[in-house]
Design a protein around this ligand. Structure first.
Ligand SMILES: *[C@@H]1O[C@H](CO)[C@@H](O)[C@H](O)[C@H]1NC(C)=O
Ligand SMILES: *[C@@H]1O[C@H](CO)[C@@H](O)[C@H](O)[C@H]1NC(C)=O
Length: 293
């Protein structure tokens, strides 16, 4: 009995120790950073990015991004190896496509991909934004809204705090589209709390590390929530409202199919290549809205 308690304590302690060593690092490059928005369809009669264009035997993603930046555009797209297009919004004629369609090597660097035939890889210059608020204390539902809505199915999905590990006296949760415990969150002083109408027990944010699902812990007494979150303006072109951010980034969320959980779709902050539990190709960019319940 005593031993079990000590083991549980050690696991918890180790978890907290690693989490606090990584979680609160606010890293925001002051340099312009471009993020891939996805692979889109494009036609010569109706351009997906219609602002400005260039063609070069020496095209790279970076060359195109600088060209668009200099032209005052915040979207840059590469296509068919050597073409570059700029705009400040993705035109409605462009539809999201499977990333596999963007498969052409760049004419100026064959280790980079520059779109495909009739397909354009679009990058967005995520202008640095500051947190608007570290509080959203009303009980709220979280929705993951697809940056590029799928052609079929809903444009957004509810997010829950899902229990993934339950032991005597405590539990760990992650943010996921799966539901088994908590359907509400609130944000206080940068820390997230997960609750449900029926359960008086609550969980608090533990860590939100790049590449992984944000974690929560439920234990008595409840520790302070780790303050990695805030509300920011919606960073995506043409979208309004405030959205949930972690460590100063609101544009890096994705929904990924979790291969170690039978394909359950989990929320991931800043998905990485070669993760043991998801394929980057099976992740879709989302932003997170909080709606008062
Ligand atoms: C956020 O909420 C907490 C708890 O209600 C409060 O103590 C704190 O002053 C608030 N912070 C701001 C900046 O409003
Ligand atoms: C995937 O599922 C496992 C098991 O439930 C969980 O530990 C992990 O946090 C999930 N998400 C990711 C991104 O690995």
């Amino acid at each position: 009995m005593h031993q079990v308690f000590i083991r549980v304590f050690l696991v918890l302690f180790a978890y907290f120790a690693t989490a606090s060593a990584h979680a609160i690092v606010v890293q925001r490059d002051s340099d312009i950073s471009w993020t891939l928005q996805g692979c889109y369809t494009d036609t010569s009669t109706s351009r997906t990015l219609g602002g400005s264009s260039a063609i070069s035997d020496d095209m790279t993603i970076e060359t195109c991004q600088s060209f668009c930046s200099e032209g005052g555009f915040n979207l840059a797209g590469v296509e068919l190896g050597s073409q570059c297009f700029c705009d400040n919004g993705i035109q409605a004629t462009g539809a999201t496509a499977d990333i596999a369609n963007c498969n052409a090597a760049c004419s100026g660097d064959d280790t980079e991909i520059c779109g495909g035939e009739g397909f354009i890889n679009i990058y967005w210059n995520g202008a640095p934004q500051t947190c608007l608020s570290f509080n959203h204390t009303t009980t709220s539902n979280v929705q993951a809204v697809y940056v590029s809505p799928p052609t079929t199915g809903p444009a957004s999905v509810p997010i829950y705090a899902l229990i993934i590990f339950l032991a005597r006296g405590f539990a760990f949760e992650i943010l996921s589209t799966g539901f088994n415990a908590f359907n509400f969150v609130s944000l206080t002083n940068g820390g997230l709390k997960a609750t449900s109408a029926t359960q008086p027990s609550r969980a608090v944010s533990l860590s939100a590390l790049p590449g992984d699902s944000p974690t929560f812990v439920m234990v008595t007494p409840l520790p302070a929530a780790l303050p990695a979150y805030c509300m920011m303006p919606n960073p995506f072109p043409g979208q309004d409202g405030t959205v949930l951010a972690v460590n100063g980034r609101s544009d890096l969320w994705a929904l990924c199919a979790n291969t170690s959980a039978a394909g359950r779709v989990d929320l991931v902050f800043d998905p990485i290549p070669n993760h043991p539990r998801y394929e980057l190709a099976n992740c879709r960019s989302v932003y997170l809205t909080l709606t008062d319940a």
